[in-house]
Design a protein around this ligand. Structure first.
Ligand code: C5P
Length: 302
């Protein structure tokens, strides 16, 4: 039992190296085939015993609500309800991953909450049981629990781990606006696109250890929708390639663009091509092994 301790957890951003919309479901969601990749860039969450209830404090992003709208809150409340527990926890969330950016930051925070409270409350639930709750919170939350590199199907909740492409440099460039995922999917439907391609070439490249092929196989069906809404993104993508990226793509439903580089150092050099004051730029890398790591009292959540 760890109920007297503070547990600190990292919640990692993701990008979709590949996202193909292969169908529309009766429930309104879209059937996907996607290769998801965790990044080193992360938020930090600290969980401490507190007065009865769930209290949340957010630092680092004034746009992120600290109430029931926050997925952290929803994750804690759902887990408490499912486990029959009266929650008494204080959660401090330090945001670094931008919200409404396509980087899965809110989903990662929710997944980190499930993992940390599973530990703090001594539940010992195995991953598949947490995954079921995760899928109820949002389509990207199950991947955030699994981490690494994975092939996602269904709404995104049917997951198969894949070999990591190793440590590639990643440059993220975000314009000064967010987009709504639901609006991007609605825009996709309006266009009546045919089903997207299948992920096998990228999956096979990863299985064969051919990280060098990954930049040439990046694909995202949602990109054409968000780029049409915001033409500035096409110009930013061109600039990413001119700056030396081996491949560039929009992250998730956007609007963040990412470029892949041989190393973090190469990505850092390319970052100098984006001095625009209205852009936010992060240099990070893909991260295959480091999943949810609790640093509180030397505990590990893995
Ligand atoms: O699952 P989540 O709440 O993250 O999804 C946000 C919105 O994105 C959904 O309301 C839906 O409009 C859209 N979506 C979708 N198909 C998916 C995932 C998300 O249509 N596979």
């Amino acid at each position: 039992m760890n109920n007297e301790r503070t547990i600190t957890v990292r919640a990692h951003a993701k990008v979709n190296l590949f996202l193909s919309v292969v169908g529309r479901r009766p429930d309104g969601y879209h059937e996907l085939e996607s290769v998801m990749q965790q990044l080193a860039l992360h938020d930090e969450l600290a969980f401490s015993p507190a007065a009865p209830g769930i209290s949340l404090a957010v630092e680092g992003d004034p746009d992120v609500p600290a109430d029931e709208r926050n997925l952290v809150f929803r994750a804690a409340a759902l887990l408490a309800e499912a486990a029959g527990i009266e929650p008494a926890v204080g959660i401090a969330l330090r945001k670094r991953v931008p919200s409404s950016a396509g980087l899965g930051g809110g989903s990662a925070d929710a997944a980190a909450t499930l993992a940390a409270l599973n530990r703090m409350w001594g539940l010992g639930w195995p991953l598949p049981r947490l995954m079921e709750l995760a899928a109820r919170i949002g389509s990207d939350v199950p991947f955030a629990l699994l981490g690494g590199t994975a092939l996602a199907r269904g709404r995104g909740e049917i997951l198969e781990s894949l070999p990591s492409p190793g440590r590639l440099g990643v440059l993220l460039v975000k314009p000064p606006f967010g987009v709504s995922t639901a609006a991007v999917y609605a825009g996709y439907d309006e266009q009546g696109f045919p089903p997207g391609p299948d992920a096998s070439p990228l999956v096979e490249a990863l299985r064969a250890g051919r990280a060098d092929l990954v930049p040439g196989l990046l694909y995202n069906d949602l990109e054409k929708v968000t780029l049409a809404m915001h033409p500035v993104l096409s110009r930013l993508k061109e600039r990413m390639l001119t700056a030396g990226a081996a491949g560039a793509l929009m992250a998730g439903s956007g609007p963040t663009l990412f470029g892949l580089f041989a190393s973090r150092g190469e990505a850092a050099k390319a970052a100098t091509a984006f001095p625009d004051p209205d852009l936010t730029v992060w240099v990070t890398e893909t991260e295959g092994e480091d999943k949810l790591v609790a640093t509180g009292e030397g505990e590990s959540l893995q």
